[in-house]
Design a binder for this molecule. Structure first.
Ligand code: TXA
Ligand code: MG
Length: 544
């Protein structure tokens, strides 16, 4: 059995009280900012974290997007631990977090100058949730592995202060086991990695090389403000001078909306006097590239849902990644809770059927949807795909009783259709649906996605994890044990999420939701096999 030791959680309250001062001199304000004000406790905790980083250990820390699992970028022993602790595929590169442009320049070739395009994006979005690809100074692996390095300067004051204090670039993926929803609170990290991260590190000969474990500490500064990961863009081929077409590829949608990026790009084109074919095209993951001469504005399009994409306007010899720019990480199953996830498109927000490949073109009434989901869960159960008494199937998924967790917007018609009134915004409201045909009682628990796409982004991973029956704050073994007991009664049998428009951060929300729906679960015999093949997206008639 593993040791009962747990990774320490170090509180760093009121991160907004941390202040930064631009370095003296007349350069860019992000050239080399220093910590100007920080509370003594937080500073002490950052020193501890920095010592762990220098000792080749990992540190979990908050960013404005999600919590990151950080390692010293310059230390291959440390970065290898990131892959080991997460169970991350080795071909998926890590984003490097910097605290200054000086640090950024130390990571890219000395001959490389930061392009006008990147300077405009940095001015608009840094510090913040935008990752830029640069040519790498020392590519870690030969081609076809990426010869680029993804870098961002996060806006979370604690993240910036940690990098500044350690004076090291920090490579950090989201601080979760590979494939799981990303953590937006320290407690999520603790529940996932708090035990595993404290197991002594053992070398090939079985000798203990580090008593402390791979993960030195978790810095806790409360929930993340954005809630989904950064937007990853590739402008490495863009040049102000060269005659070749100017392209910025959005590889992964995230915290910075595509529309915001397009506005910055349009302003830059205008400033530089680019017209017609000289203008920069913004290509977006899951969307065809627009013709070079006519940039289209971002219209809400489905990223993963099985909608026939617009006819391509590029020649068939265009490489696949040009049609569908993406990161290595996007091909992996991601964001999946351990229970099936369903997506609901209410007819008032999606007046035409967004699910064009589905045979049924008529929208389904909510009762039909509930019955359909119940049938799938019960069928999967009878097939043995969902084991009776499965730890994650809290109600036992019996014919008699099912529990659905619904994530819906505050004022939505879907919520009204659930007989839920707008003014009663308690975080969880239970309703009972009697499914006569199935002889099943369905208990529905509702959590709010708030009112906007930004609210939904903050709620998404947190509430997926909560519906799974995971997590409160557990900073010691006793609390962890209490939580394990509590979670055995808290989970639901299926999560149903109301779709949002793919605008702003909504594009990232829908990309994450569609991944969770498609994946169906991360294993553990949870009905994944059968339910993932079944219809899991519904166009819902919410007319009264
Ligand atoms: O907001 C975020 O980006 C969070 C926080 C912790 O900063 N980090 C994060 O890391 O989401 P991760 O590892 O979960 O996702 C990184 C994504 C992956 O899809 C990866 O393939 C892509 O960025 N990526 C990283 N370096 C890349 C490169 N050189 N070329 C192409 N894609 C890259
Ligand atoms: Mg991740």
């Amino acid at each position: 059995m593993s040791s009962a030791r747990l990774v320490p959680v170090l509180p760093c309250p009121e991160p907004e009280a941390i202040a930064f001062a631009p370095s003296s001199g007349c350069g860019h304000s992000l050239e080399d900012p220093q910590i100007a004000r920080i509370s003594p406790t937080t500073h002490e905790h950052l020193r501890i974290a920095a010592r762990h980083l220098r000792a080749s250990r990992l540190v979990a820390f908050p960013t404005e997007t999600v919590y990151g699992l950080g390692a010293n970028t310059l230390d291959p022993v440390a970065t290898a631990k990131v892959y080991a602790l997460k169970g991350r595929p080795s071909d998926n590169p890590l984003i490097v977090h910097v605290s200054s442009l000086r640090m950024l320049r130390s990571l890219i070739p000395e001959s490389e100058t930061i392009s006008d395009l990147y300077l405009a994006l940095i001015d608009a979005f840094w510090p913040g949730p935008l990752t830029l690809l640069f040519p790498a100074r020392n590519p870690p692996r030969p081609p076809p592995a990426p010869q680029t390095i993804g870098i961002r300067l996060p806006s979370h004051p604690l993240a910036r202060a940690l990098i500044t204090e350690a004076n090291l670039p920090i490579s950090a993926p989201s601080a979760n086991s590979s494939g799981r929803p990303s953590p937006t609170e320290a407690a999520h990290v603790f529940a996932d990695l708090g035990r595993k991260g404290a197991e002594p590190v053992i070398d090939a000969e079985g000798k203990v090389v580090d008593e402390v474990g791979m993960l030195g500490c978790i810095l806790d500064a409360g929930p993340c403000a954005v809630g989904v990961e950064s937007t990853v863009v590739d402008g490495t081929q863009w040049s102000a001078e060269a005659a070749r077409p100017r392209v910025l590829k959005v590889l992964r949608p995230g915290g910075v909306g595509v529309e915001e990026i397009e506005n910055v790009v349009a302003a830059l084109d205008e400033k530089l006097g680019f017209t017609g074919a000289q203008k920069t095209s913004v290509w977006v993951y899951g969307r065809d590239p627009p013709a070079a001469s006519s940039r289209t504005t971002a219209s809400p399009t489905m990223v993963h849902s099985p909608i026939p994409q617009r006819q391509s306007c590029v020649s068939s010899s265009t490489p696949a990644e040009i049609h569908n720019p993406t990161t290595p990480g996007m091909k992996y199953k991601h964001y999946s809770p351990s229970i099936p996830v369903y997506l609901l498109y209410p007819t008032d927000r999606f007046p035409t059927n967004p699910l064009q490949d589905q045979t049924a073109t008529a929208p389904a009434k909510l009762e039909q949807v509930w019955r359909h989901v119940a049938d799938q869960l019960v069928a999967a159960r009878l097939d043995g795909a969902i084991a009776e008494g499965d730890a994650s199937s809290k109600s036992g998924c019996s014919r008699k009783r099912l529990r659905f967790g619904v994530m819906a917007f505050d004022n939505s018609s879907l919520r009204h259709a659930l007989k839920f009134t707008t003014h009663a915004v308690s975080p969880a409201q239970r309703i009972q649906v009697q499914d006569v045909e199935n002889d099943t009682e369905i208990e529905t628990e509702i959590k709010t996605l708030g009112c906007t796409e930004e609210d939904a982004a903050r709620a998404l991973f947190r509430d997926m994890l909560a519906f799974e029956g995971t997590f409160g704050v557990a900073t010691d073994e006793a609390a962890a044990s209490r939580l394990r007991q509590a979670s055995s009664s808290a989970g639901v049998d299926a999560i149903l999420i109301e779709a949002c428009l793919e605008k702003g951060v909504g594009l990232a929300v829908m990309e994450r939701v569609n991944k969770a729906v498609g994946g169906g679960g991360t294993g553990k015999g949870l009905g994944v096999r059968d339910v993932q093949e079944a219809q899991k997206r519904f166009w819902v008639d919410v007319s009264p």
